[in-house]
Design a protein around this ligand. Structure first.
Ligand SMILES: Nc1cc(-c2ccc3cc[nH]c3c2)n[nH]1
Length: 239
């Protein structure tokens, strides 16, 4: 997969060079290129913003640099059509299934807005997806892009060593993941649940499902309406 990110703060995307995503890139499992939007400006001040029509606070990102940048980037591989993503608080909620959908794509371009956002005509002309990572307002699209790129990249083949850990992810079954434990068996007087040290893998799997059901009921009950529950599941949720 190829990922291009356009931003006026390229250094904000440096974390993508680290850890899981950085390792995936160094293994050529993903090709991530970051671009400074100001490279597509021509005035001495490299202006990317202007006052909003209709008045109001702040500034709006001008259409011309964005259009020039996107035309240029897309033209670099005429045989492929990228999926263009614009992070915005007004977008469709980003979910694990959305990440899985984006992970199927061959090429993603993330457009990181700043100020009050990108001129709506550019978004209309170019965006395939306008996505929100949550109901809170950031100062720009870069952090949302970091979130989405990490969530997507970890789903790409070969990136996560133990593919099973993706299958057992929170939300993978539509439930929140339950608690996890490691050594020591007792820490500060708190013991690891005995079942996890029993070696009875069927019982351990059942306990983990029950913990996931209980946690989901407590923290995100609305998720339970979206999944098929067995009679045993319903008994746990009702208890
Ligand atoms: N989920 C979410 C996205 C954003 C976001 C995305 C782009 C811009 C551009 C200027 N402010 C922005 C905020 N905030 N919260």
């Amino acid at each position: 997969m190829r990922i291009d990110v356009v931003t006026i703060f390229p250094d904000y995307l440096r974390p993508l060079e680290l850890a899981l995503v950085g390792r995936a890139a160094s293994r050529d499992l993903v090709d991530i290129q970051t671009h400074d939007l100001r490279a597509w400006t021509h005035d001495v001040h490299r202006t990317v913003d202007d006052s909003p029509y209709g008045g109001g606070p702040g500034m709006v990102m001008r259409p011309e640099p964005w259009d020039a940048a996107l035309r240029d980037i897309v033209a670099r591989d005429p045989s492929r059509r990228p999926r263009v993503v614009v992070p915005t608080p007004a977008g469709v909620p980003f979910t694990q299934s959305y990440a899985a959908e984006l992970a199927e794509q061959d090429w993603l371009i993330f457009c990181c807005g700043r100020y009050e956002g990108i001129d709506g005509r550019v978004v209309d002309a170019w965006a395939d997806d306008e996505i929100s990572i949550g109901d809170y307002v950031l100062a720009g699209g870069e952090v949302a892009t970091l979130v989405m790129v990490e969530a997507v990249t970890r789903l790409l083949p070969g990136v996560v060593g133990n593919a099973e850990s993706i299958i057992d992810d929170s939300f993978a079954h539509g439930l929140l993941e339950g608690p996890v434990y490691t050594r020591p068996p007792v820490w500060e007087g708190r013991a690891v649940p005995e079942i996890l040290r029993s070696g009875d893998h069927a019982a351990i799997a059942r306990w983990r499902r029950e913990e996931a059901l209980r946690r989901t009921r407590r923290r995100r009950p609305e998720l339970l309406d979206r999944i098929e529950l067995s009679d045993a599941d319903r008994a746990v949720v009702a208890s």
